[in-house]
Design a protein around this ligand. Structure first.
Ligand SMILES: C[C@@](CO)(OP(=O)(O)O)[C@H](O)COP(=O)(O)OP(=O)(O)OC[C@H]1O[C@@H](n2ccc(N)nc2=O)[C@H](O)[C@@H]1O
Ligand SMILES: Nc1ncnc2c1ncn2[C@@H]1O[C@H](COP(=O)(O)OP(=O)(O)O)[C@@H](O)[C@H]1O
Length: 267
């Protein structure tokens, strides 16, 4: 069975509190985007994992696809599987790519072996695999709080708008990015803001990680500026970086950022 684990972006991101478990509470709107890996899982005589495409750092045994398989195997007598991941989404880029691979592995195994797990049960298996992971079970735009794994509905209408994601080949560690933030209450009136025209959002929502990363990596602020100059109605860094995106009311202008890895599509 083949699936296409996609990336996400964050619309606004506030780190509101340091928790007693070492994690941080946040507020953000998570939105799926179409930049995707390719994941194939087949029953096999023994369990194996191989990846092609972008090289994934770390031991194969720590790959989130295998960890997701092991997570289910604690409770189900799963047959061995052969997993092939073709990695396309940049890694450690604020796009949740690894978390998406893990969530899609859970969903594929649920279907392939008819485990009859509900959406809520799949989310419970996803949570220990990464704070972003549960989001990709439903994979729908949501308002997220807690560690980024508690969701509620949000009114959001971005249908038909175009997005350009720009990855400057600059790896930023999520743990380090969190460590560089001083938590503060969220500044956004989410429900009002998201009903306003897109071009007004830049005055009303921000990503707290920009404050700590932009001074360190001026290239990121420059990409954001260039996106606005090119006509983006809203531009921001995603997650803990380093991907910066621009949302356009019409088509994305041609030939932007020819030297960098980019992806463009419709929301
Ligand atoms: C910043 C965000 C925003 O969407 O996205 P990315 O930049 O990773 O895409 C997420 O919170 C990233 O979630 P995820 O990448 O799943 O993080 P995890 O693997 O659970 O945690 C990695 C490390 O980040 C820190 N961490 C993560 C989530 C959180 N709410 N508080 C934290 O303090 C912890 O130090 C943790 O050890
Ligand atoms: N299938 C996978 N794809 C990407 N990264 C993975 C995967 N499995 C484990 N990882 C590890 O997860 C980390 C990056 O996760 P990723 O979700 O791409 O980043 P981010 O959370 O910043 O969007 C890397 O340290 C990488 O070694």
């Amino acid at each position: 069975m083949v699936a296409f684990p996609n990336a996400k972006i964050n619309l606004g991101l506030y780190i509101t509190e340091k928790r007693s478990d070492g994690y941080h509470n946040l507020e953000s709107v998570f939105v799926p985007v179409g930049w995707s890996d390719v994941l194939e899982i087949l029953p096999a005589s023994e369990t194996s994992f191989r990846s092609t495409g972008l090289p994934i750092p770390g031991e194969t045994s720590t790959n989130l696809c295998l960890r997701a398989y092991e997570q289910l195997r604690k409770d189900f007598d799963l047959p061995p599987v052969r997993i092939h991941l073709h990695k396309v989404v940049p890694i450690g880029a604020g796009l949740g790519g690894g978390s998406s691979d893990a969530a899609f592995t859970l969903k594929v195994l649920n279907t392939l072996f008819d485990l009859k797990l509900s959406t809520e049960a799949l989310e419970a298996y996803a949570r220990p695999l990464g704070s972003d992971c549960a989001f990709f079970i439903r994979n729908e735009a949501k308002f997220c709080v807690g560690k980024g794994d508690e969701f509620s509905e949000i009114m959001l209408n971005l249908a038909g708008k175009s997005i350009l994601l720009v990855y400057p080949d600059l790896h930023s560690s999520t743990a380090e990015a969190y460590a560089g933030i001083r938590p503060r209450p969220a500044q956004a009136q989410w429900t009002q803001v998201l009903q306003q025209p897109l071009h007004t959002w830049q005055a009303s929502i921000t990503n707290d990680f920009e404050q700590s990363l932009f001074p360190k990596y001026p290239q990121l602020a420059q990409i954001k500026r260039q996106l606005y100059e090119a006509g983006a109605a809203y531009a921001s860094m995603s997650g803990s970086g380093s991907t910066v995106y621009g949302i356009f009311e019409g088509e994305v202008p041609e030939a932007l950022f020819p030297q960098l890895t980019t992806w463009q599509g419709k929301l």
